[in-house]
Design a protein around this ligand. Structure first.
Ligand code: F6P
Length: 527
C-alpha cells in the first residue's frame, strides 16, 4: 500500500489557493455573524469529550478542503492499517497496536490483519490479544493484592519518558479515585536530587518499587533502580522479590537485575503509548482493576469513534486537520494546552512527549526531507495560573498561539465558590481571545480573533481521561499521516545518549580531546 504525502495531492495545492483567497484574513468573529449555526457546526460530542472548535479560523469551505486532503492522503487506509497490525512504524519494523491494549475482553472481534495483505507485522492478532488479556489479568490481580496490602504504604514508579509521564499524569489526574492509605512517587531524572528526596520519605518494609522501562536499558532508569536497590538493602530491606516489580518488554534483563515479579508487554507498544500496558501498573494500584478497566473502556470508545465515524464528524480527524491548517498554512509554530483542572497539571508534559516525539520529524517515511513544517511546540500550564503569567502574550503578543482549554463540569471537592470561578475564567479567557477589545487604543488594544478550542468533560473520571488521551493520540496520528512521516519512531533522541556515554568518563579524567571548544570549556568548569 502506498500513501500519498500531503504536498503531492491536488487538495494541498487547492488549500494553498484557498488560504490566500480566504484563510489568511479569516476572522472568526465575522464568521459567527454570518453563520448562526456556527457553534453547532463546529462543536461535537465524541465519546466522553465535548469539543467546541467554533472559535477557530475555520469554516465549512476550509474544512471541506481539509477533509479532501485527508482523503487524498489515504488517511482512512493508514488508520485501518495501523489498527490491523501493519508495520506502521517502518523504521523499526514494528506494528503500532496500542489500540489492542484497550480492546475489551467482552468483545470477541479484534481487527484482522489478513484484511490488509502485504502489511502484516503481527501475523496473528488474535493470539496477540490473548497475550494482552493474560498479562492484563495478572497485572490487575497483582494491583488488587497491593491495594489490599496495608503494609505497603508507598509505591515508587522509577521510569522516564513514556514509562513515567503517562502513569504520573494519570495517577495525579485520578487522585479523587485513588486508594486511601497509599502514597505514589515518580522518579525519572538521573539527577540524584530527585531519588534522594523521595528515599528520605520511605521505609524499605512499606515500599514497593516499580521499575518501568520498555527496554530495561535506559541509563536514567537503570541508575535509579540500582540506587533504589542499594538504599533498600542498606536500610535493612531483605525481600527484594516482594518490594520490587518490573514492567518491561525485556523480562530477561529484569530478571538478571534480580527482580522476580515482572509484567511484560510487546515491541508494538510505543513508549509514549504505553500507559495502557503493564507500564500502567501504578495507575492500576491507584484506581483499582475496575478503574483501570474504565480507563481502557474510555479509550476504546474513542478508538471506535476514530475507526468508524465519518471523517467529517470524527473528532480526532477534525483536530488533526486543524493542526495541519494552522501549522502549514497559517504558520503558527506552537499550541498551548490549558487544562482548567489542577489534577491535569502534568497533562501538558505528557502531551509534549506524545506530540513532539511522535511528529517532530524532518523526513518522510522514505527518508526524504519534507519541505513543510511538522510538529508544533506544545506547551501549557493549568488555568488559572497561566492567566497570571503567559496569557499576556497569548492576548497581545506578536505571535498567534492556538489555545486548547480543557474544562470539567463537575468538581470533586465541595469548597464553595471555587468551581464556578474556575469555569468562568476558562469561558472568559476563550471569549476574550476571540472578541478582543478593538475600541481601546494602544497598550489596551486586544486584537481578538485569537483561535482556541474548548474541550468539556462531564467529570474527570477514569473513562473520560481514557477517552481524552486516546483523542490526543489519534489526533497526532492524523497530522503525522498527512505529513507522511513515521510518528512512531524517535531516532532524534539517540545522538545525545551516545555523546553522554563518551563524555561521562571525561568528567573525572579531564580528557577533552576531540571535543568542540565550547563543550571542552564547559566540561572544565563542571569538574
Ligand atoms: O529516549 C526516549 C525514549 O526511548 C522514549 O521514547 C521512552 O518513552 C523513554 O525513552 C523511556 O524508555 P524505556 O521505557 O525503554 O526506559
Amino acid at each position: 500500500m502506498s500513501f500519498t504525502r500531503c504536498d503531492a495531492t491536488p487538495a494541498w495545492a487547492e488549500l494553498h489557493r484557498h488560504f490566500e483567497a480566504h484563510g489568511r484574513d479569516f476572522d472568526a468573529r465575522h464568521a459567527f455573524v454570518a453563520d448562526p449555526e456556527r457553534f453547532t457546526r463546529f462543536s461535537q460530542q465524541a465519546p466522553h469529550v465535548f469539543a467546541d472548535l467554533s472559535k477557530n479560523r475555520i469554516d465549512a469551505a476550509t474544512e471541506a478542503r481539509l477533509l479532501q486532503l485527508a482523503r487524498d492522503c489515504g488517511l482512512e487506509a493508514q488508520r485501518d492499517a495501523m489498527f490491523a497490525g501493519a508495520a506502521s512504524n517502518a523504521t523499526e519494523g514494528r506494528a503500532v497496536l496500542h489500540g489492542l491494549l484497550r480492546h475489551p475482553d467482552s468483545e470477541e472481534k479484534v481487527p484482522v490483519a489478513q484484511e490488509l495483505p502485504g502489511f502484516i507485522a503481527i501475523e496473528n492478532i488474535a493470539s496477540a490479544f490473548q497475550q494482552v488479556q493474560g498479562t492484563r489479568e495478572a497485572m490487575l490481580a497483582y494491583a488488587e493484592a497491593v491495594r489490599g496490602d496495608a503494609a505497603i504504604t508507598d509505591v515508587v514508579n522509577i521510569g522516564i519518558g513514556g514509562s513515567d509521564l503517562g502513569p504520573q499524569m494519570a495517577v495525579l489526574a485520578l487522585e479523587a479515585y485513588r486508594a486511601p492509605g497509599k502514597r505514589f512517587h515518580f522518579v525519572s531524572n538521573v539527577d540524584g536530587h530527585e531519588l534522594a528526596g523521595v528515599l528520605r520519605q520511605l521505609r524499605p518494609e512499606s515500599t514497593l518499587f516499580l521499575i518501568a522501562s520498555k527496554t530495561f536499558t535506559t541509563t536514567e532508569t537503570m541508575a535509579n533502580a540500582q540506587s533504589a536497590r542499594a538504599w533498600f538493602e542498606a536500610a535493612g530491606g531483605t525481600d527484594v522479590a516482594r518490594h520490587f516489580a518490573a514492567l518491561t518488554t525485556n523480562v530477561a534483563a529484569a530478571r538478571a537485575f534480580g527482580i522476580r515479579t515482572t509484567f511484560g508487554f510487546w515491541d508494538w507498544v510505543g513508549g509514549r503509548y504505553s500507559l495502557w500496558s503493564s507500564i500502567g501498573l501504578s495507575i492500576a494500584i491507584a484506581i483499582g482493576a475496575k478503574g483501570f478497566h474504565a480507563l481502557l473502556a474510555g479509550a476504546h470508545a474513542m478508538d471506535q469513534h476514530f475507526r468508524t465515524a465519518p471523517l467529517a464528524s470524527n473528532l480526532p480527524v477534525r483536530l488533526g486537520l486543524l493542526d495541519v491548517w494552522y501549522r502549514n498554512f497559517h504558520g503558527f509554530t506552537s499550541r498551548c494546552v490549558a487544562p482548567y483542572h489542577q489534577a491535569l497539571r502534568r497533562l501538558p508534559a505528557f502531551l509534549q512527549q506524545l506530540e513532539m516525539e511522535s511528529n517532530g520529524k524532518r523526513v518522510d517515511r522514505d527518508g526524504h526531507a519534507v519541505p513543510y513544517a511538522t510538529s508544533p511546540v506544545v506547551w501549557g500550564e493549568p488555568g488559572t495560573n497561566g492567566q497570571h503569567a503567559f496569557f499576556q502574550m497569548l492576548h497581545q503578543g506578536t505571535d498567534v498561539v492556538p489555545l486548547e482549554f480543557i474544562a470539567v463540569r463537575d468538581a470533586e471537592h465541595d469548597l464553595t465558590g471555587h468551581h464556578p470561578k474556575l469555569l468562568a475564567n476558562a469561558l472568559a479567557q476563550a471569549a476574550a481571545l476571540l472578541q478582543g477589545q478593538a475600541d481601546a487604543g494602544g497598550h489596551k488594544h486586544f486584537p481578538g480573533n485569537r483561535p482556541s478550542s474548548f474541550f468539556v468533560l462531564e467529570r474527570l473520571d477514569p473513562a473520560s481521561l481514557g477517552a481524552l488521551l486516546a483523542l490526543y493520540e489519534h489526533r497526532v496520528f492524523v497530522s503525522g499521516a498527512l505529513w507522511g512521516i513515521n510518528s512512531f519512531d524517535q531516532w532524534g533522541v539517540e545522538l545525545g545518549k551516545v555523546l553522554a556515554r563518551d563524555i561521562e568518563p571525561r568528567l573525572s579524567s579531564g580528557d577533552v580531546s576531540g571535543l568542540d571548544a565550547s563543550t571542552a570549556g564547559l566540561l572544565q568548569r563542571l569538574r
